[in-house]
Design a binder for this molecule. Structure first.
Ligand SMILES: *[C@@H]1O[C@H](CO)[C@@H](O)[C@H](O)[C@H]1NC(C)=O
Ligand SMILES: *[C@@H]1O[C@H](CO)[C@@H](O)[C@H](O)[C@H]1NC(C)=O
Ligand SMILES: *[C@@H]1O[C@H](CO)[C@@H](O)[C@H](O)[C@H]1NC(C)=O
Ligand SMILES: *[C@@H]1O[C@H](CO)[C@@H](O)[C@H](O)[C@H]1NC(C)=O
Length: 234
């Protein structure tokens, strides 16, 4: 009687152990498959690191809209762009922008007369970071992959901007440094290209609201206006 009771429970114990072993094996297999997939198609958009660099904005009608230095905080989602009037290209825009993408606000700064305007961002997309819902398009080697120092491997990401009936195409390096971003609209195409990027915020003060802008009231956004980083160049 005792033995009779003991044996079945013993059997049960062994069964549950083998089930647990099998479960562990299945889980390991599933895990391996998952890891293999993520390794096989790393088609999740990457995010740019902290950066300091130069940005050129062109309309593809041949006009250089702006050239200037940018500072980007990837964690705080902050961007400063100041066009550089000392450089020789005939640019059409003098801009000083401080964007806070997480807060959905930005400042248009005029350092000369110490004034600024504070506005709401209706669209937080910008050319330094790939939107999370972007689609992986391809990988390309610009220049030559066969000669050391003569090639740049980039991945290209695309997506659409339904509210403005536009499309974008972004290329980034292996470390997710943005190389070029195209914005295509029915009426125009814009190209943002970046050069001389350094992986640090060289001057953190550039990401702080200037004292003369503190307490600035938020301006009303006129009906139908979509404020975005890109919009400042259109
Ligand atoms: C990026 O810069 C911000 C602001 O200076 C800093 O808090 C953050 O730690 C930096 N991130 C990295 C990865 O260095
Ligand atoms: C303007 O651009 C030049 C490089 O073309 C750079 O050396 C200089 O520091 C820039 N000035 C500002 C204020 O960004
Ligand atoms: C610079 O641009 C202005 C306005 O677009 C134009 O009138 C002027 O001729 C240009 N100058 C040069 C040197 O290209
Ligand atoms: C500052 O200058 C800009 C043009 O350069 C002008 O539009 C703006 O009204 C000025 N602001 C003040 C407070 O003087």
């Amino acid at each position: 009687m005792r033995l009779g009771l003991f044996l079945p429970s013993r059997t049960l114990f062994c069964d549950s152990l083998s089930i647990r072993k099998m479960y562990a094996a299945v889980m390991l297999f599933v895990f391996m498959c998952l890891t293999a997939t993520t390794h096989a198609d790393h088609h999740q958009p990457c995010h740019a690191p902290n950066m300091t660099g130069f940005m050129t904005v062109m309309s593809l009608k041949g006009e250089v809209k702006a050239f200037g230095a940018f500072t980007y905080d990837s964690m705080g989602k902050k961007l400063r762009f100041r066009s550089n009037e000392s450089q020789p290209t005939n640019t059409s825009l003098g801009l000083d922008l401080l964007m806070f993408f997480d807060d959905g606000i930005f400042y248009e700064i005029d350092s000369k007369n110490q004034s600024c305007e504070k506005k709401t961002l209706q669209c937080t997309q910008h050319p330094l970071d790939i939107p999370d819902d972007a689609t992986f398009s391809s990988t390309a080697n610009t220049g030559s992959p066969f000669i050391e120092g003569e090639g740049l491997k980039v991945t290209i990401w695309t997506g659409s901007m339904p509210d403005t009936k536009g499309h974008y195409s972004m290329s980034v390096t292996t470390k997710c440094l943005p190389v070029t971003t195209f914005y295509f609209f029915e009426s125009a195409t814009f190209l943002f290209s970046n050069t001389d990027i350094e992986l640090e915020i060289k001057d953190p003060d550039l990401l702080v609201v200037p004292s003369f802008c503190v307490g600035q009231p938020l301006e009303e956004t006129p009906e139908g206006t979509i404020n975005s980083f890109l919009n400042e160049f259109m």
